[in-house]
Design a protein around this ligand. Structure first.
Ligand code: PPS
Length: 292
């Protein structure tokens, strides 16, 4: 536990959101029984979790992509580590879909059977930082940093929910051979949503008609998600998590918003840490909307 930030609960070296945890559940995660056809969406917070959930849910469920869902997306793709609705995961029908912010070393051991599928979405960390900063001001369960400067300090120290971004991304990438995993960039999804949906379909071995792919793409557009009460997450945040003020979960949904928030000095400081921590990691990053 970190006294400086009581919203955080540190368990096995990783910072969980205190208000949502159940320690017994966390204790048992390592042994959680994995099925070969399970699918996991893994992300560091603010990297495209809700977006990829919308895509995967639309791929699997026709009623979801037709906007007549018989079940809520959070019931269809629950968080593995935050079992908010106290579901009995072992009784869920296959294929089970899950979302997780866990680092590679805390996911159930059974995932190393390399059969169950993991989609790992990563985003350039300056945009993650800015998105996280706004989110912290918006939701009541996170510590509200008075300034971006102060939040950046905590982010670069890993003193936030999700711990250190560098460890998360680097850890999953360096251990990718232990898992059946597809790495996707938030920025590629932004630049080519249809191509990204097809890539995900291919990984999931789901053959959809062109029409169905179009519907998935339409469901996952920023504009659609922001205006769709079933997708924009506002109700869940307001009623189940708690907010401090009015705002949107789908805030800007773009690449390079960090340029509007970080000073040159802050950006250079960030770059220095990035270069040190991500040395020899061959993942590509996109920092600007105009970058190829
Ligand atoms: S969380 O709280 O960890 O679940 O947040 P997460 O869903 O990972 O990330 C939230 C950011 O993703 C953006 N988002 C999208 N961007 C583009 N297109 C679509 N459809 C989309 N859906 C969500 C969301 O706006 C947050 O980013 P920012 O930069 O704050 O807008």
């Amino acid at each position: 536990m970190d006294d400086a930030d009581s919203c955080v609960f540190t368990f096995k070296g990783y910072n969980f959101l205190r208000s949502l945890i159940d320690v017994d559940h966390l204790e048992n995660l390592d042994d959680f029984e994995i099925r070969d056809d399970d699918v996991f969406i893994a992300t560091y917070p603010k990297s495209g979790t809700v977006w990829s959930r919308q895509i995967v849910c639309s791929i699997y469920f026709e009623d979801h992509r037709n906007k007549t869902p018989h079940q809520n997306i959070l019931d269809r793709i629950p968080f593995l580590e935050y079992n908010i609705r106290k579901m009995d995961f072992s009784k869920r029908p296959s294929p089970r879909l899950f979302s997780t912010h866990l680092p590679y070393y805390l996911v159930p051991r059974g995932l190393q059977n390399k059969k169950a599928k993991i989609i790992y979405i990563y985003r350039n960390p300056k945009d993650v930082l800015v998105s996280f900063f706004h989110f912290s001001q918006f939701v009541a369960v996170l510590e509200d940093s008075e300034s971006l400067e102060r939040f950046m300090e905590r982010f670069l120290d890993g003193k936030v929910v999700g711990s250190l971004w560098f460890d998360h991304v680097r850890g999953w990438y360096e251990h990718r051979h232990n898992f059946n995993i597809l790495f996707m960039k938030y920025e590629d999804m932004k630049k080519d949503l249809r191509g990204s949906v097809l890539k995900i379909c291919n990984f999931l071995e789901k053959k959809l008609s062109d029409e169905a792919v179009d519907a998935v793409v339409n469901m996952a557009s920023f504009q659609n998600m922001k205006s769709d009460a079933l997708a924009n997450y506002i109700k869940v945040l307001k009623e189940e998590i708690g907010t401090r003020k009015d705002g949107h979960f789908l805030r800007k949904g773009t690449i390079g918003d960090w340029k509007n928030h970080l000073t040159v000095e802050q950006s250079e400081k960030f770059d220095k840490v990035f270069q040190k921590k991500m040395k020899n990691v061959s993942l590509k990053f996109i920092w600007d909307i105009n970058e190829e």
